[in-house]
Design a protein around this ligand. Structure first.
Ligand code: CS2
Ligand code: MG
Length: 403
């Protein structure tokens, strides 16, 4: 079998997605996600101008060799754009391998380790009352794990602090970046009140999560983790930007609140020390950003020997294609923790028909060969690319801060 074409499809059925379709001389094709939120066209160029010409004529069954060729062979290793391009290709090649074998991807990986994949959903409100209600609604839909975010008194709503739509074009992206305002001191005291209220209302059984979106320093994160201990969070996510991996030692010395990290990581090197020193509890790398199935499997196996569990990033900008790949990995991976799932619009489900299924707070990848996700190219073509950015964040005095 030989690769005959690598198509890159960009569409915006509510938000931008970059999708790769690898075609072969035997008529079998594979699909991969290469979406990097707010930087989509960089991946398109990387794939079209630099990667596609290298693949024509190659044997698609040699997934590892192609991965190494694109990673080592580029000389300029790592980084979100390079790794998203590799991810898209890798995902499509595993899809082809599954179709050739007539097996779902999770079977190729070693088979199911569980019956279903626990996911967490998002709930938010401007006030604690609203946020508590929003969590209740998700609980009623069957979710057993819910990420709760709340507006901060004295601050306008921004991503993760009560803003309703954090996932579509309505709230998160714009023709130019929204400039948002942040104050750590206003935030710190308010969050424990939210979780106190959630535990009062719903008891101890529900898994509660919270995302700090990289906005604290290590000592602030240590204090927040300590303040949240009575409420037994499933995790505190992204408390501090993690370029300085050893900075997490300080957090660990002070709190037993579990820490989740890694939605923006793209290789094992972003997390090596964090994992080896057991400074985190959940690794949030995802198939579209961390080297596809091949990259993710390697990171998760390494994490397993240090008691770090998996928690693939899965907001709406991780397309239904990457969600499919994630859910196959989740069903197999021995050290599974949880899968993020914020859901998609009806149109997105139509553009990307998929075998994976939701049942309340759980997903299953389905039994279709490969990862089981396709793209309806005719429908996708009706929704062309629209320029969009993630917001940026400033402190109240105007200083640029972490978004
Ligand atoms: C968030 C994301 O899902 C999450 O935990 O942090 O919504 C993130 O902000 C976006 O995916 C950025 O692309
Ligand atoms: Mg996050």
């Amino acid at each position: 079998m030989k690769i005959t074409d690598v198509k890159v499809i960009v569409c915006s059925p509510g938000r931008n997605f970059v999708t790769v379709k690898i075609l072969t001389d035997e008529g079998i094709y594979g699909i991969g996600d290469g979406t990097v939120n707010g930087r989509e066209l960089s991946v398109v160029s990387y794939l079209q101008d630099h990667v596609a010409p290298l693949l024509i004529g190659r044997d698609p069954s040699r997934i590892e060799d192609i991965w190494q060729y694109l990673y080592r062979g580029a000389y300029w290793r790592r980084g979100p754009i390079t790794m998203a391009a590799i991810s898209a290709i890798d995902m499509a090649l595993w899809d082809i391998k599954g179709k050739v074998a007539n097996m779902p991807l999770y079977q190729l990986l070693g088979g199911a380790s569980r019956e279903k994949v626990m996911v967490y959903s998002h709930a938010q409100g401007m006030t604690i009352e609203e946020a508590v209600d929003a969590v209740g609604k998700k609980r009623d839909e069957g979710y057993v794990a819910i990420r709760a975010q709340v507006g901060i008194p004295g601050l306008p709503a921004i991503y993760g602090t009560g803003k309703g739509s954090d996932q579509g074009k309505g709230g998160m992206v714009d023709a130019l970046p929204n400039e948002e305002v942040w104050s750590t001191s206003k935030y710190m005291g308010h969050i424990p009140k939210l979780f106190a209220s959630l535990r009062d209302t719903y008891g101890d059984d529900l898994h509660l999560l919270h995302d700090t979106h990289h906005r604290l320093t290590p000592i602030e994160a240590a204090r927040l983790g300590k303040d949240l201990e009575p409420f037994r969070l499933f995790w505190l996510e992204d408390p501090v930007p993690a370029e300085l991996q050893e900075g997490y030692r300080l957090i660990r010395q002070h709190t037993t609140t579990p820490i989740a990290l890694g939605e923006i990581f793209n290789t094992i090197w972003d997390a090596k020390l964090l994992i080896e020193e057991q400074l985190i509890d959940y690794i949030r790398t995802t198939s579209v950003h961390a080297g596809g199935v091949t990259g993710l499997r390697r990171i998760f196996d390494f994490a397993s020997i240090y008691h770090v569990r998996t928690a693939c990033h899965g907001p709406m900008d991780v397309s239904p294609v990457a969600m499919g790949a994630n859910v196959h990995i989740d069903l197999w991976v021995p050290n599974f923790g949880i899968q993020e799932f914020s859901g998609y619009t009806p149109l997105m489900h139509e553009v990307f028909p998929h075998a994976w299924k939701q049942d309340g707070g759980y997903l299953h990848p389905g039994e279709a060969p490969g990862h089981g996700v396709d793209i309806d190219e005719t429908l996708a073509a009706k929704y062309p690319y629209e320029r969009a950015y993630l917001p940026v964040n400033r402190l109240e005095d105007g200083t640029i801060w972490h978004w």
